[in-house]
Design a protein around this ligand. Structure first.
Ligand code: MSP
Length: 615
């Protein structure tokens, strides 16, 4: 970073001639550290009495300045992704959302453990490996690595990455299976039914389309007859019903609760938890002719992930490191596994239930769920390389209502990113810094608190930051973005109304007003840089460093720093340098012989690589 420009107070005095400014310098304090926020919803767990270790994050997250000794815990998970094919934008979506939530919870100074990973066993994976001509192990290593690389490219700062082929995970699955068996909930029986390999699930014939096609994957299910071990799900019907009645927030968004209650009410059938025909899996304890069904294996990853590699791999140790999870983030297609099967399995093993399961909607392309099985995916690596991680994160979190489905279109993507990130935020910063450089040697003339006395913009910004906080807490990520964007809009309206460029020319008190106006707008941008950092972390770091702070200072901010008054008199800003370049459309006429009018109708639009400038 090229902007370690925060001058000492004394160094800044030369620039100010007015005695009023001088006195504000003398009265300024060091940035205060703040009391913690307490989050009212179910997400704020009070039941973690055991100390949850904070794990070192990969990617960009650093927690050097956090004292976690009495902080509340927040453990959240993404699904563990199947490695039958490389990640696509649908799988990236859950992880981007989880990362934004984890970053927000860290701003609240919670002890966050953000878990992700890969689901590597089963027929579907073995089939994909064979089709590639590789062994299942080699195949899993390579696709699991592709997920890790994508998470790095997308600025995903997870704390734990679990692979279901990790030996610690296998040990835990076997221990869990034995507990459920000891509780009398596993029995052996024959089963015959229609199986969807892509769902890795026996299907109820009533749910199927013509030719016994799975409604999700549009591929025919196959008839199977197997001698399997079964989990006695039906025994848990009443307890599950009661749990949902007592904790209606367990399933989110609330409109998905009815669906889950409906499934339970219609009668729960025991499900088979082993496969006789699948080798690539964890052997059933005491019967190595069968392997454990992928879901009875993978769900345990949420617990085994909590183990450190050096620890003895047992349930007790893992549980004491952070179970129960505060939040499972999943797509709506796997709600039944998380809101019905998983709680019943945990009940059987005598373990606590997670606090919340949030089922988001699908990203669609031409109205169909984007997915590996249908082959209609959007390449996230390609999007990141063309537009940058901030643009990708922002678009999907802002433009898809979290919980509902959302469609992708490149035109909309470019328009939104240019309007919101390049114009409303990036350009506001750039032009304000340009004016400050020209007229005030890039140095703030007064404290932001003093500059904003009696100014309505301060109240507006504080209210919007508070609104964003509430939305983040309620997992309303799009509305959180909207609230922050409104701060940018208010800043633009303010600067345009005040026209400091003319005031500077007038000199005297008009000059002072203009200098104050710039401080006010820059303080609003400082607040934006914190409040939007869960969504666009790299962009926000660039904004913060342009405001004269170091990267360490950025990493140490808390949500409480969104209170007005952070920027102080004498702070020196970096040289104006666009923090977010517009995505340009290169337009080329398809046919050189076309007339101008005709040609403009047939434009081939190729977006240029985004040129975000690192400050
Ligand atoms: N392996 C299981 C999860 C086991 S969790 C213990 C699995 N894997 S998956 O790779 O098929 O899907 C992982 C997640 O990606 C799911 O939450 C799924 O909803 C999500 N998505 C897959 N395609 C999607 C879209 N097109 N849109 C949004 N999310 C979608 O299921």
């Amino acid at each position: 970073m090229a902007c370690r420009v925060q001058h000492s107070m004394q160094n800044s005095l030369w620039f100010l001639s007015s005695s009023r400014f001088y006195s504000t310098i003398q009265s300024q304090n060091v940035r205060s550290k703040n009391p913690k926020y307490f989050c009212k919803k179910l997400l704020s767990s009070s039941s973690f009495s055991k100390g949850v270790r904070h794990c070192s994050a990969t990617a960009s997250y650093t927690d050097a300045n956090i004292n976690h000794s009495n902080a509340e815990s927040f453990v959240l998970t993404t699904p563990l992704y199947y490695v039958n094919a490389p990640p696509h934008m649908g799988s990236a979506y859950t992880t981007i959302a989880a990362d934004a939530i984890a970053r927000f919870q860290r701003l609240l100074r919670k002890k966050v453990i953000f878990i992700t990973g890969t689901d590597e066993h089963g027929e579907k994976i073995a089939g994909a490996a064979a089709a590639n001509g590789s062994s299942p192990r080699e195949h899993c290593d390579s696709v699991s690595q592709a997920y890790k690389l994508l998470w790095r490219d997308l600025d995903i700062a997870y704390d734990k990455f679990i692979r279901t082929t990790d030996s610690k995970h296998e040990a835990l699955v076997k221990e869990f299976y034995s507990k459920v068996l000891a509780n009398g909930d596993i029995y052996r029986a024959d089963y015959e039914g229609l199986y969807c390999v892509n769902c890795e699930e026996y299907k109820d014939e009533k749910e199927l389309l013509e030719n016994n096609c799975c409604p999700m994957h549009l591929k025919p299910c196959v008839r199977r007859k197997e001698d399997n071990y079964f989990f006695a799900l039906s025994k848990y019907q009443k307890r599950l019903e009661d749990t949902l009645t007592e904790n209606p927030d367990f399933v989110q968004p609330s409109f998905r609760l009815n669906e889950v209650q409906g499934w339970i009410k219609s009668g729960l059938r025991d499900f088979s938890i082993s496969r006789a025909s699948v080798d690539w899996g964890i052997a059933v304890p005491n019967d190595d002719k069968q392997t454990i069904y992928v879901w009875f294996d993978a769900l345990l990853g949420y617990i085994s992930a909590l183990l450190d590699d050096k620890e003895k791999p047992n349930l007790q140790t893992a549980i004491s490191s952070g179970w129960p999870a505060s939040l499972h983030l999943i797509g709506k297609d796997i709600l039944r596994f998380h809101a019905v099967y998983w709680p019943a399995m945990l009940m059987s093993a005598g373990l606590s239930l997670p606090k919340m399961v949030f089922g988001h909607g699908f990203l669609t392309k031409d109205g169909l769920k984007m997915g590996k099985s249908l082959g209609n995916t959007l390449e996230p690596t390609d999007l990141v390389h063309r537009f940058g991680s901030d643009a990708v994160r922002y678009f999907f979190l802002k433009e898809v209502e979290f919980g509902s489905d959302g469609d992708y279109s490149e035109d909309r993507f470019i328009n939104i990113i240019n309007a919101h990130l390049a114009n409303t935020i990036g350009n506001l910063l750039n032009r304000t810094l340009g004016l400050l450089k020209k007229n005030c040697q890039s140095t703030l003339a007064t404290d932001s608190a003093i500059a904003a006395e009696g100014n309505a913009l301060k109240d507006t910004v504080e209210k919007l930051a508070e609104k964003a906080r509430k939305h983040y807490e309620n997992l309303e990520l799009s509305s959180a973005c909207e609230a922050v964007l409104e701060i940018g809009n208010a800043g633009n309206v303010y600067i345009d109304g005040q026209a400091p460029w003319s005031l500077f020319k007038q000199g005297g008190s008009a000059f002072e007003t203009a200098a104050k106006d710039l401080v006010i707008v820059l303080e609003a941008l400082r607040i934006i840089a914190i409040a939007l950092s869960p969504i666009t972390p790299s962009l926000c770091l660039r904004i913060y460093t342009q405001l004269g702070y170091s990267e360490d200072q950025f990493n140490a901010v808390t949500w409480n720093d969104t209170k007005w008054g952070g920027l102080k008199c004498g702070q020196v800003m970096a040289q104006p340098n666009p923090v977010f370049g517009r995505i340009e459309l290169e337009t080329e006429a398809k046919n050189a012989g076309d007339s101008t009018n005709k040609a403009s109708k047939k434009m081939n639009k190729t977006p240029k690589t985004q040129k975000a400038v690192e400050a």
